[in-house]
Structures are given as C-alpha cells and as structure tokens.
Design a protein around this ligand. Structure first.
Ligand code: TRP
Length: 451
C-alpha cells in the first residue's frame, strides 16, 4: 500500500494533525446543535450523560477509527475492503450518512450567512425572535442562503484549496475560542442568568417523567457524541490515513475529543444563561442560538461588530466541516464511479442542494409535511445521528473487537509495541462488549413508547 507520500499530504507535525482533525470536528455540531439539544433534553442531565459518552464511546471509537486509517492508509470504504471485504458496508453507510448530513447542515450554514448579512446591513433585531421566525418561515430567503452555502462548499472542494482551509482553521480555532469565552462571560453576568447556569449544571430529575423520556435523552446524547466527533462514518479513518507512523494515537484522540467537548460546553455557557436571562424557552429547538445570541450582542458595547465577527467565525467552523462532508461523498464517487472531481462535486452539490431545499422549507411553508410528528428537517437529522451513525459505530466496534481483533489494533496503536497502552484491556472490553451493548440498548429502548 501507499506510504505517506507527499501526494497523500501527510501531516508534518502532530499539532497540525490535531488542529486539522479538530477543525473538522468543531462545527455547527458544537456551536448550534449542542446548546439546543442540551436545552431541549433537560440541561445538566444531558451534559453529564454526554460527557460520560465522550469517555466511554467517543474517545475509544475515535482511537479505533484513527488506527484503522493509519494502518490501511486508505479512505473508509477502501480501508474496510482491505481489512475484510464483508465489512465494506460500514464504509458505505458512512458515505450515505455524510450525504444526508450535508443536505441539512447547509441549511443551517445558510442561516449563519443570513446573520452575517444582517449584521453587515445593520438590520434591526430588536425583537430577535420575531426576526428569526420571519426569516425561517419565509419561502425564498432560507432557500437562497442554503444554496449559497452549498455553492461555497462546492467551490472549495472543486478548487481543492483544502490546504488553505487547514491554514484558515489554525487561525480560526483560537480566535473562535477567544470569542466564545468572551461571550460566555458576558452571558453569565447578564441579570437573570443564574437560572440558566443552574439548568446547565445542576441535574433536575423532575424533568424525566418516564422511562422513554430518559431513553430519548440517552439517544440524543449518544447521537450528539457521534455527530460532534464526526464518528461512525469514517471521517476519522480518512484523517488517520494521513498520519505518520510515529504519532501517538492515544494522545491525539484524547486531545481531539477534549477540545471538541470544550467548544461544546463553552457554547452551552454562552447560550443557556442568556436563554433564561431574556426569558426564552430552553426547549426552543434548532433556532435557539439565532434567537438568543443577537440579544446578548445587543447588551454589549460594540455588540454589532462583535456579532458580525462571531457569526463569521461560526461560518468558518461550519464550512471547514461541510467541506470535509462533501469531500467524503465526492471521493467515493471519484473512486467508485470513476467520475472527475469537478463533475462529482458539482453533481452532488446540486442533488444535495435540491434535497436541502425541502429541509430549508420545513420550518415554514412545508412545516406540516410530517412523518410521525417530525418535520423533514427532523427526519433527516434523525436518520443521520440516530440511525446511521450509531449503526456505523456499532459495526465498527464489532469489527475491531471481533474481526480485525484487539491484538491487531493494539499493534497499530502502540506503534508495534514502542509506546505503552495502559488502557489496552479496558479498550478491548469496550470495543468488544460495552460499546456495542450501549449502542444497541439505547437504540432499541428509544423506540419503546411512553410509559
Ligand atoms: N462534527 C461536525 C460538527 O460538529 C459535523 C460532522 C459530522 C462532520 N460528521 C462529519 C464533519 C464528518 C466532517 C466530517 O459540526
């Protein structure tokens, strides 16, 4: 197989790898999805379950995917094909998952663009809720912004300027970190924020009324761990395939997962206190950050400028993730259907753009098109985070634990026994039994009807 050659890129430093992988992981999942899921699923209870899952599932699975990638030096499908042909379906499910995610990811990316434009034109957002609702319920604007975001993603993938994207994320991540910290501090000091801080940090078990409520929180937290760390779909296999032999996978996977969670938690601190301070409902759903953040900016000196810079950073975080999502699907089409890069990426963007239109409209004109009480947008995010990602992660664990084997993967993780692997035993047990069992049980119980 190919060695890490110049052509395959290869990260020159471990720092470069960590930054690039973190750049892909940190995206709308942390800044937009985590706060609204935490708000919707009981605050602190969600936070603690999420953190537990980061340790039990997130870090080991990240480690597993990176090891598969570095061992095979191939894309997800090629990697499974090489190690064991029968498991190629895991790679294929990952590609399907990336496809679905990007359709709706781009809708939210479009919302971010809209807010950048609003800050440039100094739009009056006195009533932030009304402003947001008017926007998402209209029929043209959300579609146009969504298509613009998709077009930008496509342009970058066609141009292959991913090098530039990586450099951009090196500047963007620290800046974003700084801005969220400032924002979180501002939010915490808003009058009336205490309730929000409590909501986020002190579990309120009264919010859980039934077993199925609890199962749903578990499912949401698990889905979010996968979504945020880009797991279960081979993204980390791809990243791992660019890694040098000497790298310490254990350290890298822990750092990436920790940084990713840090961004999510900070976003929670920037948003939940503000939700309570301004009297919004934490359960508002996908619009949460778009309704509350403008209020926080308004309460700050130079809030308009701050808001503009902040949404630009969110945009960068989002586009670095959407580019890698499109890249997953594009490289699949290039390899399997022998398409040209430009044809594949444009064709795919058009298809996803069109499907995404339905997701974009599902907050307004198409809000009554529902499946079991869920809008088109909800259904798409359900299929990706709660079906395909757990599916991919489940079989990856089975594959590592029972097919490829803990010995083989430990060899890769320890660089052929040149570094220690203190957690080897635990890692083996998690891969073989604990992770598949947790994923399976949560998956099944969430379908048990209420009470
Ligand atoms: N982790 C990204 C986020 O938090 C979203 C994502 C999911 C992703 N799967 C991915 C990004 C695969 C890149 C590749 O926003």
């Amino acid at each position: 197989m190919k060695q890490v050659s110049e052509k395959r890129g290869g990260f020159t430093s471990s720092m470069g790898f960590i930054l690039a992988a973190t750049g892909s992981a940190v995206g709308l999942g942390n800044l937009w999805k985590f706060p609204y899921l935490a708000g919707k699923n009981g605050g602190a209870i969600f936070l603690f379950i999420y953190l537990a899952f980061i340790f039990i599932l997130g870090i080991p699975i990240t480690l597993g995917e990176m090891a598969i990638g570095r061992n095979t030096k191939l894309n997800p499908i090629g990697a499974y094909q090489k190690l064991n042909k029968k498991y190629t379906f895991i790679g294929i499910s990952g590609v399907a998952c990336a496809f679905i995610i990007l359709c709706y990811y781009s809708v939210i990316g479009g919302w971010v663009l809209k807010y950048i434009a609003s800050y440039i034109t100094n739009a009056t957002m006195d009533d932030a809720s009304a402003y947001f609702q008017n926007f998402i319920q209209s029929s043209a604007e959300p579609v146009v912004w969504h298509l613009l975001f998709m077009a930008m993603t496509c342009l970058i993938v066609v141009g292959g300027v991913s090098q530039g994207i990586e450099k951009a994320s090196k500047i963007m991540l620290p800046l974003l970190f700084f801005f969220i910290v400032v924002l979180a501090i501002r939010a915490i000091f808003l009058p009336g924020s205490a309730e929000g801080i409590k909501y986020f940090l002190i579990p309120n078990f009264a919010a859980i009324n039934s077993f199925s409520d609890f199962a749903n929180i578990l499912l949401a937290a698990m889905g979010q761990v996968f979504f945020s760390l880009s797991l279960g779909m081979g993204a980390m296999i791809t990243y791992g395939s660019y890694l040098q032999k000497g790298a310490n996978l254990q350290k890298d996977s822990t750092i990436i997962a920790s940084l990713d969670s840090l961004f999510a938690i900070l976003a929670g601190f920037a948003i939940l206190p503000a939700v309570f301070a301004f009297g919004y409902e934490p359960t508002a759903g996908p619009g949460l950050i778009f309704e509350t953040l403008p209020k926080v900016f308004e309460s700050m000196p130079f809030g308009g400028v701050f808001g503009f810079i902040f949404f630009v950073l969110v945009f960068f975080a989002a586009i670095t993730s959407s580019v890698s999502l499109l890249e997953v699907v594009t490289s699949f089409c290039i390899d399997n259907f022998k398409m040209k890069r430009i044809t594949a990426s444009i064709l795919l963007s058009v298809i996803m753009g069109v499907i995404g239109i339905f997701a974009a409209l599902s907050f307004g004109p198409l809000s009554n098109v529902q499946l079991f009480g869920n809008t088109i947008f909800d259904v798409m995010s359900f299929i990706s985070d709660k079906l395909l990602m757990p599916f991919g992660a489940f079989f990856m664990c089975i594959f590592i634990g029972h097919v490829w084997g803990v010995d083989a993967i430990s060899d890769e993780i320890t660089n052929q026994n040149t570094i220690a692997f203190k957690w080897r035993k635990l890692f083996g047990i998690i891969m073989k039994y604990i992770a598949p069992a947790i994923i399976f049980i949560i998956f099944i119980t969430s379908f048990i009807p209420t009470k």
